[in-house]
Design a binder for this molecule. Structure first.
Ligand code: GBH
Length: 486
């Protein structure tokens, strides 16, 4: 089967980035300390009925107070970079206007301590924790949101731009536009799959472009090698068979989920298949305009080319085929006319959506290479969950071994332009609507102990060995089999 394909031995390019990732709301805690404002995830988790285990991020891993311990873990693993996100509400408690110096101090201390440990910061501006004050003004559905984001981004560039070489504007806009404003599974919990995902995405793309231009117009000079991009969540949509309509369904799935963002940024405008399909369906559904908003010619030009690299969070793949939905199904999910399933032989994880499909990463890297002109790619998240949180986490080692080996094949055999790999996550943390019931960490955290002690898992040691070898080096002791006659 696919996982019996032999490992490729070899190394990544010398400047390959090896990272671990977290996000502010998932680890920081201190939700109302030192002037921090309320975010939509504070509000959403406190409402009491949205998180599986009724938990919240009030304390989480307590990294607001324990970031030095986090840096010790990062040093021990030997990563070159740490990907973390900034809580907008620590910087601007009301979203705009008054700046909270304690928040600036916290991230200055974190960045300085990382650099002192020889670790480069990779900073995400927005990993889902919008100030509640801005949600009260419409959140990402408001056409004022690009102004808010621009104001926030400029403060981060001004305060931290001298020391940050990799900036990521948005983490997974698909997730907060579809699950936050569409299904309501995430904060702010709005439920409208017909219009909201499209409206949200339109504003987010404009916001991203504003921040990109702001950075390059005003702040890039202080740090000429720095880059700014976006991170998209991308699963590989594998075609169920090679019938032309199935291949087309696979391409449509990629365009509706990844191209929705990547086309405007790297090619200009939404994928034509989205414009056509959502336009035709909207008309048949009796709406006066398409549910997919249109960019003006100026906007298309303004947004095009505004990502120095493409960040990809890749966890899993699926198998897809054409499935024409009823025109009465007025939903983002129905618009693409694609359905999917997973192969029952694929290993499972602690998350229903996450199957272990190592070769999917290689297929995806080749897809991106061909579709987006071999743009530089950073894998900004990738990882495996379990429900145990135990330290002898063999499933996670299997995952990293085979995913990273497929990435090596993509780079060294296929010529894909991949610059780095980031494992999610540095440690077990608040897993959004799943609370503390699914664990992705290479370190365990005892959430019952007020000191939140961290413990290394076997996967941390395994990841460390991959990093120190910069890839896969054949261990002579593993060749013992060759000593015996076949
Ligand atoms: C990442 O998203 C997040 O960036 C990170 O914060 C999180 O902790 C990590 O994953 C682990 O979950 O079946 O339609 O409801 C991963 C991508 C995409 C995974 C949406 C969950 C649910 C899709 N996510 N998916 S759906």
């Amino acid at each position: 089967s696919y996982n019996d394909e032999p490992l490729l031995y070899g190394q990544f390019p010398e400047d390959f980035v090896w990272a671990l990732a977290t996000a502010s709301y998932q680890i920081e805690g201190a939700w109302n300390e030192d002037g921090k404002g309320e975010s939509i995830w504070d509000r959403f988790s406190h409402e009491g009925n949205h998180i599986d285990d009724g938990s919240n991020g009030d304390v989480a891993c307590d990294s607001y107070h324990r970031y030095q311990e986090d840096i010790e873990l990062l040093s021990e693993v030997g990563v070159s970079h740490y990907r973390f996100s900034v809580a907008w509400t620590r910087i601007l408690p009301q979203g705009t206007g008054e700046v909270n110096q304690a928040g600036i101090d916290y991230y200055n201390n974190l960045i300085d301590a990382l650099l002192a440990a020889g670790i480069q910061p990779m900073v995400t501006l927005y990993h889902w924790d919008l100030p509640q004050a801005l949600q009260d003004r419409g959140g990402w559905l408001s056409n004022e949101s690009p102004d808010w984001f621009d104001e926030y981004a400029a403060i981060l560039f001004r305060e931290f731009g001298d020391r940050v070489n990799l900036w990521i504007t948005f983490n997974e806009p698909w997730v907060f536009c579809v699950l936050g404003y569409g299904t309501g599974e995430h904060a702010p919990g709005e439920k409208d799959l017909a219009w909201n995902p499209y409206t949200c995405t339109h504003n987010v793309l404009k916001s991203h472009a504003r921040a990109y231009h702001r950075y390059h117009d005003e702040f890039a000079a202080q740090n000429p090698t720095a880059q700014i991009g976006i991170t998209l969540n991308v699963g590989m949509a594998l075609a169920a068979n090679d019938a032309p309509e199935t291949i087309a369904a696979s391409e449509r799935d990629m365009n509706f989920n990844m191209g929705w963002y990547a086309h405007p940024l790297f090619k200009g405008n939404y994928p034509q298949v989205m414009i056509d399909k959502v336009g035709e369906k909207s008309e048949a559904q009796g709406f006066p305009v398409s549910r997919l908003p249109a960019f003006t010619a100026e906007e298309i030009e303004y947004i095009k080319g505004t990502s120095d690299f493409l960040g990809i969070n890749h966890y899993t793949s699926g198998i897809v085929y054409e499935n024409i939905n009823s025109i009465n199904d007025v939903s983002f999910f129905a618009d693409s006319d694609v359905a999917g399933f997973t192969d029952p032989t694929w290993y499972s994880s602690g998350s229903s959506w996450l199957k272990v499909v190592p070769f999917g990463l290689r297929v995806l890297m080749n897809y991106v290479k061909n579709e987006y002109d071999n743009v530089p790619v950073y894998i900004t998240e990738s990882g495996f969950s379990d429900k145990a949180g135990n330290t002898d986490d063999l499933g996670r080692i299997y995952y990293y071994k085979h995913y990273i080996n497929n990435l090596l094949k993509a780079v060294n055999l296929d010529g894909c332009n991949v610059k780095g790999y980031t494992a999610w996550s540095l440690m077990d943390n608040f897993e959004w609507a799943r609370g503390y019931s699914e664990y992705f960490g290479v370190h365990a955290v005892d959430f019952n102990d007020p000191n939140r002690p961290r413990t290394s898992k076997a996967s941390a040691k395994y990841y460390k060995s991959l990093i120190s070898n910069n890839g896969f080096v054949e261990n002579p002791s593993c060749k013992l089999a060759n000593l015996y006659p076949k």
